[in-house]
Design a protein around this ligand. Structure first.
Ligand code: PXP
Length: 243
């Protein structure tokens, strides 16, 4: 199981005051030192947290996997082809949303999505698509020729405590994971994951990567970033052991 920490909200805190600190690149280094396997950052079209310069510095300094999330637009694909992160995760993006609210619509995607995937692959970049745990989306992702899908765990995470909804969402995530593996896709997951809800999710054996941001940065306020990363790794290990 790979844990990639999303450092967007370290940049959110920095940008709130226009100071050079806290630096998301320094945060990335600390996360890796604490045992994370990679770093994720989302360059949004409005640059509300991570900025172009952060992306360049992450690429220049990271020796572990760098997963760059972005919308499927010509501008973003050009940036990715220049920076060449290890992975690009294509996500849907709406300016008015607080965070990525839904999965990418792959099954009815405009032709540009295929062009963008092909450009990234031609630049030797692994491509992952952030999708809802729906079989139609999984199959459409496979048809586009990507290596990986990241299943949106928001519906599961937001069920917080409603056992019925949690059970239903975990079943959807498990079915999408099984279908994805049958098709040869690597399965990642993310969104809204915390030390409390990650355990049941990692019981799904096909999931090999998690992208987690907000909860780790929030925990870091109280226990420090290395402590927050280690707590998440421990929660994942505990969940895996329960399988
Ligand atoms: N994965 C993707 C594709 C995302 O867009 C996000 C949010 O930026 C995350 C994972 C991380 O979600 P969270 O910050 O809720 O952990």
């Amino acid at each position: 199981m790979r844990l990639h920490i999303n450092v967007d909200h370290v940049a959110t805190l920095r940008n709130a005051r226009g100071t050079p600190y806290p630096d998301p690149i320094e945060a990335a280094r600390m996360c890796l030192d604490a045992g994370a396997h990679g770093i994720t950052a989302h360059l949004r079209e409005d640059r509300r947290h991570i900025r172009d310069n952060d992306v360049e510095r992450l690429r220049a300094t990271l020796r572990s996997t760098f997963n760059l999330e972005m919308a499927s637009t010509d501008e973003m694909i050009d940036i990715a082809c220049k920076v060449v992160p290890d992975v690009v995760t294509l996500v849907p993006e709406r300016r008015e949303e607080r965070t990525t609210e839904g999965g990418l619509e792959v099954a009815k995607a405009p032709p540009a999505l295929r062009t963008h995937v092909e450009k990234l692959r031609a630049a030797d970049i692994k491509v992952s698509l952030f999708i809802a745990p729906d079989l139609a989306q999984v199959e459409a992702s496979h048809a586009l020729g990507v290596e990986q899908i990241e299943l949106h765990t928001g519906e599961y995470a937001h069920a917080a405590g409603d056992a019925e909804v949690e059970k239903r969402e975990l079943a959807r995530l498990a079915a999408a994971s099984t279908r994805g593996r049958e098709l040869g896709l690597e399965i990642a997951a993310g969104h809204g994951l915390t030390t409390k809800n990650v355990g049941a999710l990692v019981a799904i054996p096909e999931i090999v990567e998690l992208n987690i941001g907000h909860a780790v940065v929030a925990d870091a306020v109280f226990i420090g970033l290395p402590g927050a990363v280690r707590a998440m790794l421990a929660a994942i290990d505990k969940g895996r052991a329960r399988r």
